[in-house]
Design a protein. Sequence first.
Length: 211
Amino acid sequence: MPTTRFCLIRHGETDWNRERRLQGHLDIPLNARGLQQAEQLAQALAQQQLAFSALHVSELTRARQTASAISRQLGLPLQTHAALKERHYGAFQGRTFDEAREHIPHVYRLHQERDIHFDLQGGESLHGFQQRIMQYMQQLAEHYAGQQILVVSHGGVLEMVHRTASGKGLSGARDFPIPNAALNWISYRDGEWEIEKWADQSHLDSSLDEL
């Protein structure tokens, strides 16, 4: 089977990202900085003159807004999918971790114990989330065998892909970055995932950090 290459992108910044508030399936739009990140990202991809066969996107607004800038620059239609949505964070959605620790301490404690089958009280377990994401990623890899595609999604989604490709498992704390609007390159061949380059932010204007 020929190698399929993916450029994975986490959506641009939202106000809730700044507040470190868990969004999950809640439909939060980009803030002004996130919209500018999306434009810089799209311009960088256009300048590199890379050939992409398709643009697949989470159906949540923050991902679609980010992908819309890419779609305009590259002339690729958005193909939106529920399977690329962020993890459902159950009782954590709409809260910061500090708020969760204060208001739902029993759920927070179970989350901190990293039980990969705990569903966050009505949400999605880590195990179920990883299965959802990787099954869909494999479908894309096989459908676009030998081609190169763009995927715009969420931090949790990219975390599942990285953990799978690196063999890190789900029980340990995350030890790699997932910046908003960065470029992350992975490949798939004969059932194996490989990380080629991760968290490339060279196209983003560092002065935005001062806003």
